[in-house]
Design a protein around this ligand. Structure first.
Ligand SMILES: [Zn+2]
Length: 86
C-alpha cells in the first residue's frame, strides 16, 4: 500500500487522493491565514485537516487560499501534492 507523510504522520495515499485531485483543479495563493469574520478563528487544510490560524508558527499561520470557495490548504500539502511540476 502506498503511504504518504504529512506533518510527520503517515497517511494512506488513497485516503488523500480525492482532495488532492480536487485541489489540483483550483487556484491557490500563498498567504497569511485570515478570516473575514471575527467569530471565525481557524480553518483546516482540505487534504490533511491541519489547523490554520493566527499563530507565531509559520506552518500554522501561512497557507494557500482559494478565494472562489474560501478553502485552505496547508503549505506542506500544497507543495507536496498540488503544485504542478512543469
Ligand atoms: Zn495539509
Amino acid at each position: 500500500m502506498e503511504m504518504v507523510t504529512i506533518h510527520g504522520d503517515e497517511w494512506k495515499k488513497e485516503d488523500v487522493e480525492e482532495p488532492i485531485a480536487w485541489a489540483k483543479t483550483k487556484k491557490w495563493s500563498k498567504t497569511q491565514w485570515y478570516s473575514d469574520s471575527e467569530n471565525w478563528d481557524h480553518d483546516h487544510c482540505q487534504i490533511c485537516w491541519w489547523k490554520l490560524y493566527k499563530s507565531e508558527q509559520p506552518e500554522h499561520a501561512i497557507g494557500y487560499h482559494n478565494s472562489e470557495n474560501d478553502n485552505w490548504l496547508c503549505t506542506e500539502c500544497f507543495e507536496q501534492f498540488v503544485e504542478i511540476e512543469t
